[in-house]
Write a protein that binds this ligand. Structure first.
Ligand code: 5RP
Ligand code: MG
Length: 218
């Protein structure tokens, strides 16, 4: 199995901050994420800038699109994103529209479904059957603040999604020291946000994720 990819979420509130941050560890990571917060703060220019700064990396726009899939996808892929996200409650036609626009920009362009709140395996099967094969399993930031930890329900869902054939990315306040919790799963991607950006030494924190990924899944 390929090693899980390391994605860093740039949830900065200014583009200047995001650039200063990513320059510290951009060379270490696999996927540069224009975080939802950065996108809200700075718009599609943030995606264009990350594409320019990292022409050879995967750039992901975490727009969490809910509707108007074609228009959002034209903005995201048009700005150079390789992957954009859709919220799990979006209509399947929104996701299909995003995917269709992506395929006009290149065969590797993709759509990831962000799993929050209520969703069903029946819906997940529908995504998969329509070529939407990537999901992000989330512990929400606000749930984390309210004390939610990773537990058996999360692991059961992650395992089932892997078994269904999804490429599963995990996220939500992850630290390198949490990754062993997921060792039994063929995880596709790991997202670090605050634990890397806000570390005293962000490059060292990104490298710690990389080292731990290699130790667990290598
Ligand atoms: C929240 C997100 C974040 O980008 C993701 O959770 C990673 O950030 P952190 O590690 O800081 O939680 O999409 O909705
Ligand atoms: Mg994000």
């Amino acid at each position: 199995m390929a090693l899980p990819l390391l994605q860093v979420a740039l949830d900065n509130t200014t583009l200047e901050d995001a650039i200063n941050s990513v320059k510290l560890y951009g060379h270490i990571i696999d996927i540069v994420e224009v975080g939802t917060i950065l996108h809200v703060a700075e718009g599609i220019q943030a995606t264009k800038t990350m594409r320019e700064l990292y022409p050879d990396k995967i750039v992901l726009d975490d727009i969490k699109g809910a509707d108007a899939g074609k228009t959002l996808a034209e903005l995201c892929f048009g700005a150079g994103a390789d992957i954009m996200t859709a919220i799990c409650s979006a209509d399947i036609n929104t996701m299909i529209a995003m995917k269709n626009v992506g395929s006009q920009y290149g065969e590797y362009k993709d759509v990831q479904v962000e799993l929050y709140g209520d969703w069903t395996y029946q819906e997940a099967q529908q995504w998969y059957d329509n070529g939407i094969t990537q999901v992000v399993y989330h512990r929400s930031r606000d749930a984390e603040l309210a004390g939610k930890t990773w537990g058996p329900t999360d692991f059961e869902k992650i395992g089932k999604l892997c078994d269904m054939g999804f490429k599963v990315t995990i996220t939500g306040g992850l630290k390198a020291s949490d990754l062993h919790l997921f060792k039994e799963f063929p995880i596709h991607g790991v997202i670090g946000g605050r634990s890397i950006r806000n570390a005293d030494d962000p490059a060292q924190a990104a490298q710690a994720f990389k080292d731990e990924i290699k130790r667990i899944w290598g």
